[in-house]
Design a protein around this ligand. Structure first.
Ligand SMILES: *Cc1c(COP(=O)(O)O)cnc(C)c1O
Length: 400
């Protein structure tokens, strides 16, 4: 019974310590900028809020442009944010067997109405920015790097988020360093940085109600983010969602229509500041664990395991696998999703597959993204997934 209550989180979040919860001076954005070697980072209340402010600012600079191009396999919050701003979303299918945007499809989608292209560093792995950067330059669009899952990822030693015009990171629960909900906006362009700050100053209110709620949620996260507590907080909700046949809720992809935008309070900034001191060692240990496990997974016939491209360093929140077909992905999840071993799906569907987004996402089929969604699964890179538990996962996958 107790064993069943143990639950490994689906991603490697940085566990909080009791002393993090005491008041600390705010070093969150400045400390992370120093660690990552980026210019000043702008703290907002979520990754989505950071994206909203970035797109608002870019829209004011290019008023004739109202289309945002995003990969068809990404977080539903991206589609919700674009819709909230009254902008039009165009989806780019992924290249076969991958989540990067297909360069040929992307070229067809770019024109003088394109405001921004959103290449996405999924799974903490650095996306190939070659085509998005070149096509954006040709059509005059901006590139906003979605690095929500990739805080700490680097290309040629430089943090992600600095190759495009802007980038954003998420500090949501489960995405590495967390203040329950938070986001960071970055740009290498000093004038744009001033403009982002000005948008934030004029658009982002203090909202004591939201901040109270997030503070309580952060306390609950600190208390429950351990295998026993996650059995209660995550495992039970997961099993309930799967029992009623709701994979969207099981993955946590069911987001509300409105994106809260408010200032992050001092206490949460202090908690993040202290926890951030442990981030470099945490990322290094996660990377070592992931790189050690990739070869075991690569022995599985027909399974694709995604690793780092040469010159890049991933942040490794989880390992991303592509099964040979949807049937075997479903079979693996039937055995492993509720086994408490941190195996899950990254997203339940490609964006056109979410019924609740039907009014906000173009219905054009995205065959490659749909195929990727049907075949992909994730294995947690949490330190709580020990070698014995990892081998249990391998054994199940090998039997398929
Ligand atoms: C989580 C996520 C977001 C949104 O970040 P929040 O901090 O949760 O608002 C955007 N894009 C991707 C790829 C994500 O995984």
């Amino acid at each position: 019974m107790l064993r069943r209550l143990r639950e490994i989180p689906p991603t490697a979040g940085l566990p909080l310590e009791a002393a993090d919860l005491l008041p600390h001076p705010d070093q969150l954005a400045a400390g992370l900028a120093a660690q990552l070697g980026t210019p000043q980072l702008q703290l907002e209340c979520s990754g989505t809020a950071a994206l909203l402010l970035a797109l608002m600012t870019l829209r004011a600079r290019a008023p004739g442009r109202d289309v945002v191009v995003a990969p068809a396999y990404t977080c539903p919050l991206v589609a919700i944010a674009v819709h909230c701003l009254g902008l039009r979303l165009r989806l780019c299918d992924t290249r076969p067997g991958h989540w990067d945007m297909d360069a040929h499809h992307l070229a067809q989608l770019c024109d003088q109405r394109t405001l921004a292209i959103l290449p996405t560093h999924l799974a903490g792995l650095v996306a190939d920015l070659g085509a998005p950067l070149a096509l954006a330059r040709d059509c005059g669009a901006f590139v906003v790097e979605d690095a929500a899952q990739a805080l700490g990822a680097r290309e040629d030693g430089r943090s992600v988020g600095l190759s495009g015009d802007a980038g954003f990171f998420s500090l949501a629960a489960g995405k590495g360093l967390s203040i329950y909900e938070g986001g960071l906006l970055v740009t290498r362009d000093a004038a744009l940085r001033e403009a982002f700050l000005a948008t934030s100053a004029s658009e982002v209110p203090t909202h004591p109600g939201w901040e109270w709620r997030r503070s309580l949620e952060l306390l609950a996260l600190a208390a429950l983010y351990r295998p026993r507590g996650l059995g209660l907080a995550y495992g039970m909700a997961l099993r309930r969602a799967l029992r009623r046949g709701d994979p969207v809720a099981a993955v946590g992809d069911d987001f509300p229509a409105r994106i809260p935008v408010h200032r992050v309070g001092r206490w949460r900034r202090g908690v993040g500041s202290r926890a951030a001191l442990r981030l470099p060692a945490f990322l290094a240990a996660n990377r070592q664990r992931a790189l050690a496990r990739l070869p075991r997974l690569r022995e599985l016939p027909g399974v694709t395991v995604f690793g780092e491209r040469p010159g890049t360093t991933a942040s490794w929140p989880f390992l991303l696998l592509l099964m040979p077909d949807a049937r075997r992905a479903d079979a693996a999840l039937a055995r492993l999703w509720t086994a408490g071993l941190g195996v899950s799906r990254l997203f339940a569907h490609a964006l056109p597959g979410y019924a609740y987004l039907a009014d906000r996402v173009p219905r054009t089929p995205m065959p490659q993204a749909a195929d990727f969604a049907a075949r992909a699964l994730t294995i947690s890179n949490s330190a709580w997934l020990d070698d014995a538990a990892f081998e249990r996962i391998i054994a199940v996958l090998a039997r398929l």
